[in-house]
Write a protein that binds this ligand. Sequence first.
Ligand SMILES: Cc1ncc(COP(=O)(O)O)c(C=O)c1O
Length: 384
Amino acid sequence: MPDRDGPWEAAFLPYGKQEIADADIKAVVEALCSGWLTTGPRVSEFEKAFVAHCGAAEGVAVNSGTAALHCAMRALNIQPGDEVIVPAITFAASANAALYEGATPVFVDVEVDTLLIDPVSVAMKITPKTKAIVAVDYAGQPADYDALRELVRGRGISIVADACHAPGATYKGRSAGTLGDISCFSFHPVKHLTTCEGGMAVTKDAGMAAHMRRFRNHGIDSDHRSREASGAHAYDMTELGFNYRLPDVQCALGMAQLTRLSGWVAARQRIAALYDETLASLAEVTPLTTRADRTNAHHLYVVKLADHVDRDRAFARLRAEGIGANVHYAPVYLHSHYRKLGYRPGIAPVAEAAAKKILTLPMFPAMTANDVERVASALQGATA
Ligand SMILES: Cc1ncc(COP(=O)(O)O)c(C=O)c1O
C-alpha cells in the first residue's frame, strides 16, 4: 500500500496533514460497493451526524467550503448592489462568495492580537446597503458573535459564520455551527476532518436549508434518489443553481472521520499549549491571543514576528530546515483580481501590517512534543 500519510519527505514537517485510518478506507470501499456513488443515503447521514456534532439543526453537504459560502449567499438573497462585510485577513473564498452573487465585498480590519474581524471596524463600514457580515473564525477561534449581533440588531443584516477553520470551537459555551445564521465548514485535507474536497452549510432555518439543497443541485426541486423513491420522472428547475453535490463516497469518508474529530481538536489544543509554553522564551515571537470566553479549535497556529525580524527571510530559513511554515493570509483585497475591481492598499491598516509579520507554524494532530521543540528551535535560529 502506498504511503497514505502524504507525499512529503519524512524529514519535512508540513503545516497541516490529514489522517487516513483503516476505518476510513473501509467506509469508502463500502460506499463504492453500495450502489450509491452520489445523491444516496450517506449524504443525509453525514449531514445529520455533522450537525449533531455541532448541536445544530440542518446541514447541507456540498463539494467545498467555497460552495457552502456561495449557498449561504444565495439562501440569504444577496443581490447585485448589496454589500457584504468581510475581514481583510481570510482566504479569498470568504469574499468571492459575495462576488459570485454580484454583491460588493466591503473589507474591514481585524483585531491586532487575534486577527479576528474587528466589530469596531464593522460598525464604521455598515451602510444601508449592507446585507450580510461574513465572520471568519480565523485560525480556529470564533469571532465576537455577540458584538456582531448587537451591531446588526433590527437592521436586516445576516451573519454568515465562515467556520472553515473552527469545527469543535466554542464561543461563550456555544458551538461553531450555531453562531451564524448560516455557518460554513470546509473538509479540505488540511482542515480538521476531510472528505478530500467538501464542505457543509449549517443552519437552524429549515427554509434556508431547503433552498441550499436545491441550489447545490442546479436549482432543481428534487434529486435522483427522491425521484426513484416517489416513482416520478418529472422535475422542475426553479432557479439557476450549480452542481455542488458531495458524493456518497466522500460522505462515507466524512462520517468515518467525524468519529475522531473531538480527539483531533483536543490534540490540536494540546499542541498549541505546548507551542505557547515553548515559544514563551522567544522575545521575537508572539502567538495570537485566544480570548478567555472561547475555545480555539486551532486549525492554524499563527505567530507574529517582532518588527525588526524579516518575515520572508525567517520563512525561507524555516523551509530550508524542513519546517513547512506558511502565511495565512495576505489581505484579500490586495490580490490582483480585487485590485482590478478597484480595491487599493490602505483599507485595513492593522491587517496590512500584521500580514507582513505573521507566520503559520506546523499544526496537525499527529505532531509530537519533539516536533514542537524542533519547530521552536528552528524558529529561534530563523529569527535571530
Ligand atoms: C477561511 C476559509 N474560508 C473558506 C475556505 C474555502 O474552503 P474550500 O477550500 O473547501 O473551498 C477556506 C479554505 O481554505 C478557508 O480557509
